[in-house]
Ligand binder design. Structure first.
Ligand code: ARG
Length: 582
């Protein structure tokens, strides 16, 4: 619908500018409205600065907007809202455009880094957020024409491997590893952490200090792990082989989950991919005078004038010569900009990493990177017991969560519809169960905390995936009934208020998708789909479709069909499937 609202906004702004002799370009916005088809609140917003009563502005707007060919009439409501009623002919001619998305991304490449789990720790319920949110953003970006490179930036390098190598040698349970390797690696990792903690207590060190700090009096176990890590980094055969095994078994497990979630990547360039670029990255920073030595380490500093805020320095090389997460990230950004020619780089992680991203983006800007660098962060997922942490071993395996979702959804399907065959029940369980888990992650503003409860996620009412999937399935059964009765979708002839609201909402699909593409906030699409489904259900119960007068049936059926199409396209952009019957 944007061409229209945009045109009307321009006209309104021009007219006001002319009338009051001030340039108001871009200041007049036109919104969807339940009261009229469209509404404009600019008269109230601009009155004060123009020192005019809102009505005086509204009078100007009402005249200017009425002259647009799509507009049937305009009027003023309340203190100065301008209502815009569109011509029936315009609605009739344009409703079919509901599914066409403006291709705002054509010619631009976006790299989106999401999921990016750490190897040798199983994915758990909190990891799901990055995977699901990132995948939805990827789908939306592709739909509006961007060339999208989905990159799984695996945590496949770093201090955990030294620890795992030590733990693997000391405590490996071979049969457990053969049966469920990642679970066994997790056990080893936890075991290491506990033993290390015990040693710290024994030597009187702070237990909750940074485990990887650069100290010389670290507990023996940690020193051993560091030595193994150095061997690994130097290419020690045995350690490299172990490291590869850890990656292989983890990747196999991740892939099982990705396939269940219908998530895929174009490239998997883990941290280790950048390994041979780190020394050069630090050298580049030094050569450009952007990094300096500080207590043996090499750091990049930030100040308010240049970087917008004074932040703690980012360490890019430790005293012992080792590189860090941030070094890899800078190298990764340079690669993405040079290799992919990315105009946007989006990285999806939880909100605890915000400072890291501000630092590393600022360092990249100092290096001259002009690409739009976007940290898409989300609040952690909580269970009743609190935040999930792999280190403490308080985890619900992601696969167990998906199994449970499918099982519960199948039970509900069986209860709600006794006509479903056994295989249909399984299919409904899968699509609804996975959809519910995903939607639960997507439907709230991503920056808020999410508390996961089964009842909320699987509810058939309210803003949930099952509700939207059910709305879609009902429309499909209506379409089938209509076909059997020989009614085919046709042109709109009736324009009752509930129909107009539905048409306007259908036409807003592209605006919403565009907004999600620009802001990486998929919950706006969820809210939109929920609103659409609710409006459709009002329309259906108030006006009816097949029982309506014969001449209006084809038009109403067309609205039903379009609603179904927008629901399924919208859900598809969120990575959620639909069913013809459930
Ligand atoms: N592996 C990291 C973690 O689990 C996320 C990596 C995100 N991407 C990045 N380029 N830093 O916390």
């Amino acid at each position: 619908m944007l061409p229209l609202t945009h045109e009307l906004g321009l006209r309104g702004a021009e007219a006001l500018s002319r009338a009051f002799g001030v340039d108001l370009t871009g200041k007049v916005q036109i919104d969807r409205s339940q009261k009229a088809d469209l509404q404009c609140a600019a008269a109230m917003q601009l009155a004060k600065s123009l020192k005019q009563p809102p009505r005086a502005l509204a009078e100007v707007l009402v005249k200017a907007l009425a002259e647009h060919p799509a507009v049937r009439s305009t009027d003023i409501a309340g203190p100065g809202f301008v209502n815009v009623h569109l011509a029936d002919g315009w609605l009739k001619d344009n409703v079919g455009q509901a599914l066409s998305l403006r291709q705002i991304g054509v010619g631009q490449t976006v790299v989106i880094d999401y999921s990016s789990p750490n190897v040798a720790k199983p994915m758990h319920i909190a990891h799901i957020r990055s995977t699901i949110i990132g995948d939805a953003i990827k789908r939306v970006l592709r739909a509006v024409g961007y060339t999208v490179i989905a990159d799984n930036h695996l945590g496949d390098w770093g201090t955990q491997f030294g620890k795992l190598i030590v733990a693997h040698r000391k405590w490996l349970d071979e049969s457990a590893f053969a049966h469920s390797p990642v679970q066994e690696l997790l056990r080893l990792y936890i075991m290491f952490t506990e033993q290390e903690k015990a040693q710290k207590i024994a030597i009187g060190k702070k237990v909750d200090g940074d485990a990887d700090e650069d100290d010389d009096d670290a507990p023996p176990l940690l020193q051993e792990a560091r030595a193994e890590l150095v061997k690994l980094q130097q290419g020690d055969k045995e350690n490299v082989a172990l490291w590869k095994t850890f990656i292989d078994v983890s990747m196999r497990e991740f892939e099982r989950v990705y396939s269940r979630l219908d998530v895929s990547f174009d490239v998997v360039l883990g941290e280790s991919f950048y390994n041979d670029k780190l020394a050069n990255t630090v050298q580049l920073l030094l050569d450009k005078g952007l990094a300096e030595e500080s207590e043996g380490a090499i750091v990049v500093r930030f100040d308010k004038a240049r970087d917008g805020e004074a932040m703690a320095p980012l360490i890019v090389q430790k005293k012992d010569g080792g590189f860090l997460y941030g070094t890899t990230d800078i190298a990764g950004m340079l690669y993405r900009v040079e290799h992919w020619r990315a105009s946007r780089v989006i990285i999806v992680t939880d909100d605890r990493q915000q400072l890291h991203f501000r630092q590393f983006f600022a360092a990249c800007r100092q290096l001259g990177v002009r690409t739009s660098m976007e940290h898409v962060f989300f609040g952690l997922m909580r269970l009743a017991e609190g935040t999930i942490s792999t280190r403490e071993g308080n985890l619900i395996g992601l696969e167990a969560l998906l199994d449970e979702a499918e099982r519960r959804a199948a039970v509900v399907a069986r209860e709600c519809n006794s006509e479903l065959t056994d295989s249909e029940v399984l299919e409904v369980g899968r699509v609804v169960g996975i959809g519910a888990v995903k939607y639960n992650d997507l439907s709230k503003d991503r920056t808020t905390l999410v508390t996961f409860t089964w009842d909320k996620a699987l509810s058939l009412t309210g803003n949930t995936a099952p509700y939207l999937q059910y709305a879609y399935a009902r429309i499909q059964s209506l379409m089938k009934k209509a076909a059997a009765a020989g009614v085919v979708p046709g042109a709109l002839v009736s324009f009752e208020p509930t129909e107009r609201v539905l048409v306007m909402t259908l036409l807003a699909f592209d605006d919403v998708v565009e907004q999600v593409a620009l802001t990486s906030r998929p919950h706006a699409l969820c809210e939109y789909l929920f609103e659409l489904a609710a409006q459709f259900s009002t329309f259906w119960s108030e006006l009816s479709v097949l029982k309506a007068e014969p001449e209006v049936r084809p038009g109403r059926l067309r609205l039903a069909q379009l609603t179904g199409d927008v629901l399924s396209s919208g859900l598809d952009l969120l990575g959620i499937g639909v069913l013809e019957r459930m």
